[in-house]
Design a protein around this ligand. Structure first.
Ligand SMILES: NC(=O)C1=CN([C@@H]2O[C@H](COP(=O)(O)OP(=O)(O)OC[C@H]3O[C@@H](n4cnc5c(N)ncnc54)[C@H](O)[C@@H]3O)[C@@H](O)[C@H]2O)C=CC1
Ligand SMILES: CC(C)CC(=O)C(=O)O
Ligand SMILES: [Mg+2]
Length: 367
């Protein structure tokens, strides 16, 4: 994986594919785009945004969750910013007709096998955490490196009958190449952090997890300066709540990473705070908050846009090589939290509650 904040050819113009998607995806993306424009101007870079259809809105307007033009345009872009897809309107659709298939199509189609999901707690939000005693003492700053284009989400699936009963199956298949490259991503990330990798698997029961252990052990020999340990996923879920400070980099499969990152988000305060970068071999990456389209709050100016704004920061850092622009955005977010502004999901007594738009404007004003 060549994505990094180092050694990038510097340019003054970039093409960004923008996929707002459905529900709050549209709202949080609008806020992030304004922040991106302003920070780009500050660094004398021009961003050309192309808005594209994917998800439920694409089903409605183009008859399919991922129109060919969307994937083709993303492939030609320097980076993709995605909101979220899905919602109850499309819940009765089956299998490959569902909006969520757009995500798998984009991730697979763009070769984005590594999904980085940093979970850190802002000092300003410690009081809002349900785990405030352990977290205030020890803090949280961990990175989930989730394999994104293999495993059960991409395996063969189908319906059959067993003993006359309706049955369904989803296959988890991983090969050595898929495990090796994500493991190297995790070890390289650990070298820039606190030099510890934890493999989360279910090797006491799953053959695919046993292959993960073999491959990870082999690769660990190339990184003698990085400590490695192993946890079964059920224990890892519990340890994340009990003592999140023990983790530096967690490397894991597609489904376990999906589930554990939602859990990690909550111990930092809210799912509305967690950003992600999906990366492959080149510099093209896709950036999205880890949350979904949140139909329960969509269209009400209630969504926290900070996860999407922080995803935009990761876009600057990993796809455009503009680490300073990323730091500008992160500092702006921290400053707004420091001034006491909160969306409903991170609000506690004594702070000022604001909506999606206002939170976006406050961050914008800090750039
Ligand atoms: N990357 C994507 O596009 C994803 C899409 N989905 C889709 O989204 C739809 C809803 O899925 P759910 O399971 O409800 O997960 P969700 O992440 O959309 O919402 C879970 C809960 O977190 C809250 N929440 C999420 N983001 C928030 C934000 N920025 N600010 C404040 N509160 C926030 C929601 O209000 C809800 O109570 C489904 O169709 C699902 O398939 C789910 C996860 C990821
Ligand atoms: C369709 C799902 C795999 C999306 C999701 O929950 C995620 O990527 O976090
Ligand atoms: Mg998820």
């Amino acid at each position: 994986m060549s994505n990094s904040n180092e050694a990038k050819a510097s340019r003054n113009e970039y093409n960004i594919a923008v996929i707002p998607g459905d529900g709050i995806g549209v709202e949080v993306t609008a806020a992030a785009l304004k922040v991106m424009e302003k920070v780009a101007a500050k660094h004398e870079v021009k961003l050309n945004f192309t808005e594209l259809l994917a998800g439920g809105c694409a089903i409605d307007k183009a008859g399919e969750p991922l129109p060919k033009e969307t994937l083709a345009q993303c492939q030609k872009s320097d980076a993709v910013l995605l909101g979220a897809v899905g919602g109850p309107k499309w819940d009765n659709l089956s299998g490959d007709k569902r909006p969520e298939q757009a995500l798998l199509g984009l991730r697979g189609g763009l070769g984005l096998y590594a999904n980085l999901r940093p979970a850190r707690i802002y000092d300003e939000l410690k009081a809002a955490s349900p785990l405030k005693d352990t977290i205030i003492e020890k803090g949280i700053d961990l990175l989930i490196v989730r394999e994104l284009t293999g495993g059960i989400y991409f395996g063969e699936k189908g319906r059959t009958t067993v003993d006359g009963y309706a049955a369904a199956y989803d296959h988890e298949v991983y090969n050595e190449k898929e495990i090796s490259r994500i493991t190297r991503t995790a070890f390289e990330a650990a070298r820039k952090r606190r030099r510890k990798v934890t493999l989360v698997d279910k090797a006491n029961i799953l053959e695919s997890s046993r292959l993960w252990r073999e491959v990870v052990n082999k690769i660990a020999k190339d990184y003698p300066d990085v400590a490695i340990d192993y946890l079964y996923v059920d224990n890892a879920a519990m340890q994340l709540v009990k003592n999140p400070a023990q983790f530096d980099v967690i490397v894991t499969s597609n489904m376990f990473g999906d589930i554990l990152s939602d859990e990690a988000s909550m111990i930092t305060g809210s799912i509305g705070m967690l950003a992600s970068a999906s990366l492959g071999e080149g510099s093209l990456g896709m950036y999205e908050p880890i949350h979904g389209s949140a139909p329960d709050i969509a269209g009400q100016d209630l969504a926290n846009p900070l996860a999407q704004i922080l995803s935009a920061a990761m876009l600057f850092e990993y796809s455009l090589g503009m680490a300073e622009a990323a730091r500008d955005i992160e500092k702006a977010v921290k400053s707004v939290l420091g001034q006491g502004y909160r969306t409903g999901d991170i609000w506690t007594e004594g702070f000022e509650k604001v909506g999606t738009k206002k939170m976006g404007e406050l961050v914008l004003a800090e750039i």
